[in-house]
Design a protein around this ligand. Structure first.
Ligand SMILES: *Cc1c(COP(=O)(O)O)cnc(C)c1O
Length: 445
């Protein structure tokens, strides 16, 4: 095989069409939908949002959907909906975006971080179970970068310990777990719908649930304008009129109008992305040093819109080549977005160790925890979250199925892996800290 481009060979990726990666795909129908909201003066209304909610719930097959202005807000409301409050513990994987669990602090609860599974990069069920205490109220399951978590085991553990399950489905719109849509298996779920995600509507979030109490509590928390219409449970209705959380999380209707169009387009977009991404991985099936990140064929599990797709590096098969060097060489082949990493583990941030956010005189992570028990995460017990950033690399997120162009990207990875020996010479190794606090701003070395 030809020399790597980094060492003077020809680039594997000559050129490619802009369409291959363009995202979000803004159609004329979306533009018209936004214009009509602007012209009708309904930006702050609810009619279009409620249509969007009905359709979104219909798509997933849930009873309720409640639109929010961000995914973070949807998760905040969902946590409140589940009853998370003073002194409660919520278990969450350490390797995720902060919004999966950080709202717990403002509800008076505390966060207990668990490790992830090296195969899925989602919460490790055994470690989740190990961290359960009599205070554990809920677990947050993140279907990380599109891959469904091991829900059979998680749901079984949660049921046995009477723990409620919140799915953070911000990476997994349309991903299936053994045939079931992610976001429909726990008591509730939150989806980010911001524009970098696989279901982009501008800026927004969606809470879904089949549980009437969760739904009404979420409405009570941050949707006061709907109190009169929605609240029926006497104890909740008694507090109608003012939002319990002191938050106002309504989605603006420019976004819900885009969302309604996006929902109609999504199944076809998702099918095309899935076909393109699976074609890419099929081409790399037997390349040493590289492992596909996707569910087993025929398992009924899928990657949905393949948000932030990643591959695994096995440096042992490449003479110890660093992921930094590997990605540098892939970039030289013409895939300039190739970079190591995923989210940085939350346990390495001072918010989960030492910061006193609310002036309670103690680190916030301890402020509401069981007296005498230190729930601050111990790095040694979170080894997979701690090191995942140097095991995974970004692969192209194809939005279109254009086989010959996809093949040139696969060739880039193949060339680099096959020529690893030549690349070892000037390998700078990895920096001590990798990954970032948001996946959309992965550090490029
Ligand atoms: C993006 C994201 C969120 C938050 O969504 P926003 O819409 O950006 O507020 C929550 N959880 C995860 C895992 C995310 O990636």
């Amino acid at each position: 095989m030809e020399n790597p481009a980094l060492l003077g060979g020809a680039r594997a990726i000559p050129e490619f069409s802009e369409d291959l990666f363009a995202w979000p795909i803004v159609t004329e129908e979306m533009e018209q939908a936004v214009l009509s909201v602007l012209r009708s003066g309904l930006i702050s209304g609810l009619q279009i949002t409620m249509e969007f909610e009905r359709e979104f719930a219909g798509w997933l097959g849930t009873e309720y959907a409640l639109a929010h202005n961000t995914g973070t807000a949807a998760i905040h409301s969902a946590l409140f909906g589940l009853g998370v409050g003073a002194g409660d513990e919520v278990i969450c994987p350490s390797m995720t975006y902060w919004a999966s669990c950080l709202p717990v602090f403002s509800l008076g609860g505390t966060v207990v971080l668990a490790d992830i599974d090296p195969q899925t990069l989602c919460i490790n069920p055994a470690d989740f179970e190990r961290r359960i205490s009599e205070r554990t109220k809920a677990v947050v399951v993140v279907h990380y970068a599109g891959m469904p978590a091991d829900m059979d085991r998680i749901l079984d553990i949660a049921r046995r310990h009477d723990i409620r399950v919140l799915e953070d489905s911000s990476h997994s719109h349309g991903s299936l777990y053994k045939g079931r849509p992610t976001g429909t298996m726990g008591e509730t779920a939150g989806f980010s719908l911001m524009s970098a995600k696989s279901f982009p509507i501008g800026e927004g979030g969606m809470l879904v649930t089949n549980d009437r109490v969760v739904f009404e509590r979420a409405v009570a928390f941050a949707h006061y304008a709907r109190h009169a219409q929605v609240l029926t449970i006497p104890e909740i209705r008694a507090g109608a009129g003012v939002p319990w959380g002191g938050y106002k999380y309504r989605m603006n209707q420019l976004c819900s109008a885009v969302g309604r169009v996006q929902l109609r387009l999504y199944p076809e977009q998702m099918a095309q992305i899935d076909r393109a991404m699976n074609h890419f991985w099929d081409l790399l099936e037997d390349v040493p040093g590289i492992r596909a990140r996707r569910p087993k064929q025929g398992s009924g599990s899928t990657m949905g819109g393949w948000y932030n797709p990643l591959g695994y590096l096995e440096p042992e098969e490449l003479g110890g080549l660093s992921i930094t060097r590997f990605c540098q060489a892939v970039r030289a082949e013409g895939f300039t977005d190739c970079a190591p990493g995923c989210n940085r583990a939350l346990h390495t941030h001072p918010l989960f160790q030492s910061l006193d956010v609310y002036g309670s005189g103690r680190p916030t992570i301890l402020a509401n925890a069981r007296p005498g028990i230190d729930v601050r995460p111990d790095r040694k017990t979170l080894p997979v979250s701690d090191t995942a950033q140097s095991r995974v690399f970004r692969i192209p997120w194809f939005k279109r199925y254009i086989p010959e162009q996809i093949e040139s990207f696969a060739l880039a990875f193949k060339k680099v892996a096959r020529n690893y020996e030549q690349l070892l010479a000037d390998d700078p190794g990895d920096p001590p800290e990798m990954g970032n606090w948001g996946t959309s701003s992965i550090v490029r070395p």
